[in-house]
Write a protein that binds this ligand. Structure first.
Ligand code: AMP
Length: 208
């Protein structure tokens, strides 16, 4: 799943993973868990994440290689937030067998919408889940809602800049493949989910 910060990748990846019965693998979530747990990777990643920059490719590739090797990923997976650079995309190609189709969907959202969404996004301080709009506490655990540290105005701008410079080139990397699709992400979440499901089905059918 490709798309800029605020495109709705996390939400949509979760829905698609649920409906297809495969795990959602979010590198942002893996890193936030590592920060919370205080592991070596978490300690090294924290300040980089808070600045809006990217963690090094070799670390990220190793994290994903290990995660994709677990049994629950055998029948497929939805990747959210990886790859983010052409080097990561090449490594992903190397990790996959030739008979495993890599469906790439780019969620397109205009910059004004991204800035508005990121500025108003709130997450649960306890469990980290995205808040449901309109609620004043976490729908899952009842925890208090806070702004994600990297959604503040300055860091958000840096994340959008890093996206344009490092990640957007991936669209060109993948565009000519027969398994590439793009979806209009500037719609209500249910409409994006329907378009996304149809895009994926147009490549690999409805099989679970
Ligand atoms: P996300 O939740 O996907 O927006 O990721 C939050 C932050 O984690 C990013 O701003 C990066 O600092 C870091 N991150 C997540 N995924 C990657 C990746 N594939 N490569 C490098 N850094 C990443």
């Amino acid at each position: 799943m490709l798309g800029p910060p605020g495109a709705g990748k996390g939400t949509q990846a979760g829905r698609l993973a649920h409906s297809r019965g495969v795990p959602k693998i979010s590198t942002g979530d893996i890193l936030r868990d590592a920060v919370q747990a205080g592991t070596d990777i978490g300690r090294a990643a924290r300040s980089i994440m808070e600045s809006g920059r990217l963690i090094g490719d070799d670390v990220m590739i190793e994290i994903v290689r290990e995660r994709l090797g677990r049994p629950d990923a055998e029948r497929g997976f939805i990747l959210d937030g990886f790859p983010r650079t052409v080097k990561q995309a090449k490594a992903l190609d190397d990790l996959l067998d030739d008979d495993e189709p890599l469906v790439v969907v780019d969620i397109e959202v205009p910059e004004e919408t991204l800035v508005r969404r990121l500025g108003s996004r709130r997450i649960c301080r306890n469990c980290g889940r995205n808040a449901v709009p309109g609620l004043t506490e976490c729908a899952k655990c009842g925890g208090p809602l806070v702004q994600r540290r990297d959604d503040g105005a300055d860091v958000m701008r840096e994340r959008l800049r890093v996206y344009a410079h490092d990640t957007h080139p991936l669209v060109e990397y993948y565009r000519r493949r027969p398994t590439f699709r793009s979806v209009d992400g500037d719609q209500v979440p249910d409409a994006v989910a329907a378009d996304l499901a149809a895009a994926v089905a147009s490549v690999i059918g409805d099989r679970q």
